[in-house]
Every structure is written in C-alpha cells, then in structure tokens.
Design a protein around this ligand. Structure first.
Ligand SMILES: [Fe+2]
Length: 322
C-alpha cells in the first residue's frame, strides 16, 4: 500500500479545496465583496492543503509500517509485531489483527516443530532398535551399527555437509547392515575363514538390505549407503563395482566409518588395533578402497580426539584416572 508522492499531493489538494470552498461560502454569507471572498479562499486553500498533506502522509506512513511488517512475516519472521500510532481506526485495527495472527503463526510453528521433533525421535529410536536387532545376530558386533552411525555423522560434519545430509549419514550408519537379517547366523558368526559359497552369501547383504528399505519413502536418501557401503574407490568392491564419485557420498562415508569401527573393536577374525595402527591402515587405503577426502576427514577427527586424550579403540590403553 505504498502511495506515490503524486497521489499524496492530489489527495492533499482535494482535502485543501474544502476549506477554500468553506471560506468562499463564509464570505458570501457575510456579504463580503468579491476581492475579500477571493482573499479568504486563497488563505483557506493552502491551509487545507497543508492539513490534508499531513493527514494523508500520516495515513500512508502507518499503512507502510503495516505492509513492511507483512513482508517480514512472509520472509519467515514469525511473531513479528508492528507498532502503529494514531488510534483505533481501520489501520489501527488491521495492525491489531496482524499482530495477533503473527503471534498465532509463531505458536503454530513451534507446535509443528515439536511434533516433527517427536516424529523424528521416534524414527531414530526405531532405527536404533533395528540396528540392535542386526547387531544382536553376532555377539562380536554389539553396538557396531550405532558406532558407525555416530562416526559417519561426525565425518559428515567434518566435511561441512548440511545437517540434513549428516542426519542421513547417521541413519545410513545405523541401517547399513540391515541386509544381514537375510544371512544365516552360522555364516555371520563363523570364526574361521568363509568358503567361496559362504562369502557369496555374505556379499549379498547390501543388495538384500537395499531391497528391504526400498519401499520406505523417508529412507530413500539412506538407500545408497545400504546398497553401496562395500563399493571401493578403485571399483573393486561390490555389489555394483562402481568407482570414485560414482559411489554415492553417503556410502563412501559409511564405508570408512564401518572399516574404522571394525578395526578398532574385537572381531572373531582379528583383535582390535590401537588407534594409530588402525588410522595408518585406513590412510594406506586412500584412493584404493576409500575416498581420500573422507579418509582425511576421519584422520582430522581422530587426531583432534587423541590430542584431547580420548580413547578411540578398545585396544588403546585406558586413560589414567584423575
Ligand atoms: Fe556391511
């Protein structure tokens, strides 16, 4: 409702014409000569115009304040309040309604965010539950999926990924081995080397996992982590033998987090490695098995945590207490 200067002047002039007419009528009633009536009219006209100008300008300024507030509201500044002086006219009432609506929108937004947060927490708890079910098939992998999720999301933050992608990394880590529900336990828990046939059955788990979650809409961004977390940077992985950046980033990150956790926790086929040994093994696989920038991000996190004295591998000596 921004009024142009010209429109304001026209309105002011129209308002100013009224006192001019009134002055002419007054002169007529008093029987004044024509020249005196014209003088009166000439005096009334600018005074009326000035009063009209002030009135219209004030109206335009108040309307502009309201319009600016509405613009801020549409930009997402929920709860914004406008302060309009000048009484209880239409614009004043419009301002009151605007302020009330803005507060209501802020309250609805807060309620929607709380509901979304509850929904998201519920989803996360469900995924942790699934991860625990997967890991419970093998006593050696207890807590593995949760740790992979934590490391993957930390690497995502180190890479500067948006928070939504970081969340997908957490979910991808939690669910990456969901396909192991389709692998029989004697193979999963076997303490000796797998036969070729058993290896084929084990290598089917990424594809099985992808088919399990394929129909779940909100897990679509997580699906690549499940299907491709055993692909390699050099293309020698499975199941699709894709290489480099053709492997989705979420899968490249989960692959590093998965290997890091496998190396730093006890497995049936190997004892856990100390942090420095595990890190140097992973760094040795830059541009072979792993995306170099993901390895570098892991190395930065590990070195930062080590400098704080964190114990990152079950093989690391426990920190002295006190
Ligand atoms: Fe896996």
């Amino acid at each position: 409702m921004r009024r142009s200067l010209t429109q304001t002047v026209i309105l002011a002039a129209a308002a100013g014409a009224l006192p001019g007419c009134f002055a002419l009528c007054l002169g007529e009633a008093l029987g004044l000569p024509l020249w005196a009536k014209l003088v009166l009219a000439a005096l009334g006209l600018p005074l009326g115009a000035l009063a009209g100008w002030i009135w219209v300008s004030s109206l335009a300024a108040r309307a502009r304040t309201l319009a600016d507030g509405a613009m801020e509201l549409t930009r997402g500044k929920l709860g914004i309040q406008v302060s309009i002086s000048g009484g209880d006219d239409e614009i004043g009432r419009l301002a009151q309604i605007f302020n009330y609506a803005s507060q209501q929108l802020l309250a609805y937004d807060g309620e929607t965010r709380r509901l979304y947060q509850n929904l998201e927490n519920g989803m996360l708890e469900t995924m942790v539950l699934i991860a625990n079910v997967i890991d419970s098939k093998d006593s050696f992998t207890h807590g593995h999926s949760q740790r992979v999720g934590d490391w993957a999301s930390e690497i995502g933050r180190e890479l500067g990924l948006p928070e939504m992608d970081v969340r997908h990394l957490l979910y991808g880590g939690l669910l990456h081995d969901i396909g192991k529900v389709g692998v029989i336990e004697p193979i999963l828990g076997k303490r000796s080397a797998l036969t070729d046939e058993e290896m084929d059955a084990m290598r089917a788990h990424p594809a099985i996992g992808a088919s399990i979650i394929a129909s779940v809409g909100f897990l679509k961004p997580v699906l690549p982590a499940v299907r491709h977390h055993h692909e390699r940077w050099d293309g020698a992985g499975y199941p699709d033998r894709i290489a480099g950046e053709k492997v989705p980033l979420v899968a490249r990150v989960v692959a590093v987090a998965d290997t890091w956790d496998a190396l730093t926790s006890h497995r049936p086929y190997q004892n856990a490695m100390p942090t420095e040994q595990a890190l140097s093994l992973i760094e040795g696989l830059r541009e072979k098995a792993f995306d170099p920038k993901v390895v570098d991000a892991l190395a930065s996190i590990v070195r930062r945590k080590r400098s704080r004295g964190d114990r990152l591998s079950v093989a690391d000596p426990a920190s002295p207490i006190g």
